[in-house]
Ligand binder design. Structure first.
Ligand code: HEM
Ligand SMILES: [Ca+2]
Ligand SMILES: [Ca+2]
Length: 296
């Protein structure tokens, strides 16, 4: 059955009038992204992970605050969280999204997941992500140490994301995001070096090249902590990506995704939807997915 339509004051239609504000936010965020899959879109996708993954039931069991997950804490408490080493390079997207959210009166947690969903649709091959709105504002900064680092072992990474609620398969699926990413801060001599040869295309090349590509060269002045050799000067290899691509707990799924654009895109969309709810009460959220543009 088709969802009932409501018409916003600007003429857009959506299944829920409470979603109308997101058409305004969409226009702001697309101005920032220049309707493209460029630097700001990439940063917005990375930001969604760094906000959401900072959620730890394990810390709560030790009577500590475990972070609020996808709660916008990385914007609300940016003066704290942007000092964490894993969050290097996120300042400019945090400031840009904060300004839009403040202007439009939406929560930072919603803003971050919305911007990420829009960003993926701007990349050729990117699936249409869903978007749930209604996250309350963060109450505390997330503690340090919850965002995986490229020099972490596979066991460390899987334990950390497992604590947050993500399976090894979901971790693998989410890394399709590195198909549209570049590094800036691991090797500062070569900012903008991508993780695959098609950083504006959401494709399977990243999975294929990390798993099967030869390890020949450090493209800049490396090695740096978290970096391993890459197949060519034009791309950069994170140690964690290569380790996950070859570990027996994650390599089979990595291979499966490398063989099917359709599987990769659909699994990524499902895992992103799950990640966007980490630490959140789904009962207070409502579906504004119909505001997310249909990818070209
Ligand atoms: C094991 C987990 C992960 C590790 C260790 C990791 C690490 C990194 C590192 C070191 C960079 C380069 C940052 C810089 O130098 O500017 C990066 C970039 C990026 N990451 Fe991840 N990442 C992980 C998972 C994810 C996930 C789950 C997402 C999204 C769902 C994501 C999205 C991105 C994007 C889009 C970029 C590119 C940013 C840009 O182009 O400026 N990453 N990641
Ligand atoms: Ca957070
Ligand atoms: Ca790519």
């Amino acid at each position: 059955a088709r969802a009932p339509r409501a018409t916003c004051s600007d003429g857009h239609t959506t299944s829920n009038l409470a979603c109308c504000i997101w058409f305004d936010v969409l226009s702001d965020i697309q101005d920032l992204f220049e309707n493209a899959c460029g630097d700001d879109a990439h940063d917005a996708l990375r930001l969604a992970f760094h906000d959401a993954i900072a959620f730890s039931p394990k810390l709560v069991a030790q009577q500590q605050f475990g972070g609020g997950g996808a709660d916008g804490s990385i914007i609300k408490f940016s003066s704290i969280e942007l000092n964490y080493s894993a969050n290097v390079g996120l300042d400019s997207i945090v400031n840009a999204e904060k300004e839009i959210a403040d202007n439009r009166g939406v929560s930072y947690g919603d803003m971050i997941q919305f911007a990420a969903a829009v960003s993926v649709g701007n990349c050729d091959g990117g699936p249409r992500l869903s978007f749930m709105a209604g996250r309350p504002n963060a109450t505390q900064a997330a503690p340090d140490g919850l965002v995986p680092q490229p020099f972490d072992s596979v066991s460390t990474i899987l334990a950390r994301v497992g604590d947050a609620g993500l399976s090894p398969d979901e971790m693998v699926e989410l890394l399709a995001s590195h198909s549209v990413g570049v590094q800036e801060d691991i090797d500062e001599s070569i900012p903008g070096t991508p993780f695959d040869l098609t950083p504006t295309v959401f494709d399977t090349k990243f999975y294929n090249d990390t798993q099967l590509g030869p390890q020949l060269i450090f493209p800049g002045d490396g090695p740096h902590q978290g970096e391993v050799k890459s197949p060519s000067l034009g791309q950069f290899r994170l140690q964690s990506d290569v380790a996950l691509s070859r570990d027996n707990r994650t390599a089979p799924h990595w291979l499966a995704l490398s063989l099917s654009q359709q599987l990769m895109a659909s699994r990524f969309a499902a895992s992103m939807a799950k990640m966007a709810l980490l630490g959140q009460n789904p009962g207070v959220l409502y579906d504004c997915s119909d505001v997310i543009p249909v990818p070209k």
